[in-house]
Design a protein around this ligand. Structure first.
Ligand SMILES: Nc1nc2c(ncn2[C@@H]2O[C@H](COP(=O)(O)OP(=O)(O)O)[C@@H](O)[C@H]2O)c(=O)[nH]1
Ligand SMILES: [Mg+2]
Length: 400
């Protein structure tokens, strides 16, 4: 590519990133692709039609394809009046979100526009997004389906619409301040000033990259432009239920970056653990088992449930500090130590205060919660001290 830009390794340094950008107004269009060979020519044709005359641009494809998409891109690039580059990744770290972050790291223009390759995002809107940003002095301009003039026409089926709506609602509810002024945080079509992107802070695992940028980079001014979400031009959607799960994990990861939020999330997960615990106790005592051994057994249901949720949702980023067997052992140990403390407590509540088994158990669970949270953070998921194996500087948890 001929347009001046900083290298990926330089973007991490804010000092450098401010000095080496291209002339104002230039735009790098970052397009993540996964097996999109049928869409490339049409996409580049429509970009050629609508963008370069009004705005100098370059296009950077970040490709994880297993088909011939990179070759198709290189072929089609010959006919383009602007620079087109393709960065093919043999190891597609972070999937779609990771691809976009890599593209952003490489882009050198003043503005970066992120858009899909399947023409669901109309290329004609690219100059408008940048113009809106320049006009409003905004750092981030979101193409929104949910403001007047926008629509989600191309979102196939009631199920997809419901999922998209639900995800939007949940995300806005979790980040009311950071997402103020963004009606469509799920949008994959937006323009951002390169100067506000601190790509080092971005976690490539984030599936919804706009959410990641809005929450972690905190652009000061945000604008929106309506757009009609089109039908896919060719090929098939790569969205899967697994991406949906990843998105939920991403939301929790962003929301629990601070210790206080983490403790609340830990508590909420712990609360849900009451259900398998008490259910197990009900079944076991119903089957005639004495309540004390039943407590021990039922507790394992709750422990397993909590461990699973904590691993997948809450401490996803911190699992690498210890081997999974180490974490499981420590977690189980803590849970049983917790149980050792809890059983005499329950016996006390039952024998001395005359409480029934279920409320006595619930009260004891609450009492030991705080101790368990502190111990879990400190003994299972905190990075080890310097010098110990498996610990790198980058392991430091976000927000601590
Ligand atoms: N580089 C890269 N691009 C991806 C990946 N998954 C999807 N994409 C691209 O991201 C864009 C949106 O994906 P799409 O399947 O259309 O999702 P949908 O619009 O939600 O149905 C398209 O350009 C895809 O080619 C991936 O794992 N890596
Ligand atoms: Mg699509």
């Amino acid at each position: 590519m001929t347009t001046p830009r900083t290298g990926a390794e330089e973007l991490g340094d804010p000092e450098l990133s401010g000095t080496q950008v291209a002339e104002p107004g230039a735009v790098t269009i970052v397009v993540p692709t996964f097996n999109e060979s049928g869409n490339i020519r049409e996409l580049l044709r429509r970009i050629t039609e609508s963008v370069p005359a009004r705005l100098p641009c370059e296009v950077l494809f970040v490709d994880d394809s297993t088909d011939d998409t990179p070759d198709v891109i290189r072929g089609a690039a010959q006919d383009c009046p602007f620079p087109v580059d393709v960065l093919h990744r043999d190891t597609p770290v972070g999937g779609l979100g990771g691809a976009v972050v890599e593209g952003i790291r490489k882009a050198g223009s003043d503005w970066i526009v992120v858009m899909d390759a399947d023409l669901q995002h109309p290329p004609a809107l690219v100059p408008e997004l940048v113009a809106a940003g320049e006009g409003a002095g905004a750092d981030l301009v979101v193409a929104s389906r949910y403001i007047r003039g926008g629509s989600r026409a191309g979102l196939a089926g009631g199920y997809r619409i419901a999922v998209s709506r639900g995800a939007t609602w949940l995300t806005k509810a979790l980040f009311p301040r950071r997402l103020r002024g963004i009606s469509d945080p799920m949008s994959g079509f937006f323009a951002i000033r390169r100067s506000v992107v601190t790509a080092d802070e971005l976690k490539p695992l984030g599936y919804k990259i706009l959410l990641e940028l809005a929450v972690r980079c905190r652009p000061e001014r945000v604008a929106e432009v309506p757009f009609v979400f089109q039908d896919r031009f060719a090929g098939e959607s790569k969205s899967t239920a697994r991406e949906g799960m990843r998105f939920l994990g991403h939301l929790v990861g962003l929301r629990t970056a601070l210790p206080m939020a983490r403790m609340i999330a830990f508590g909420l997960i712990g609360l849900t653990g009451f259900v398998p615990n008490l259910l197990g106790l009900h079944l076991l005592t119903g089957a005639g088992m004495h309540y004390l051994p039943a407590e021990i057994l039922a507790n394992q249901f709750g422990v397993a449930w909590n461990f699973l949720l904590i691993e997948v949702l809450l401490f996803r980023d911190r699992r690498r500090h210890r081997h999974w067997a180490d974490r499981t052992g420590r977690f189980a140990l803590l849970a049983n130590a917790d149980l050792l403390l809890r059983i005499p407590l329950i016996a006390l509540f039952v024998a001395r205060l005359g409480m029934a088994v279920l409320p006595a158990t619930a009260l004891a669970l609450l009492t030991t919660f705080v101790v368990r949270f502190a111990a879990t953070e400190a003994l299972v998921y905190l990075p080890r001290r310097r010098g110990a194996p498996r610990t790198a500087q980058t392991d430091a948890p976000v927000g601590t």
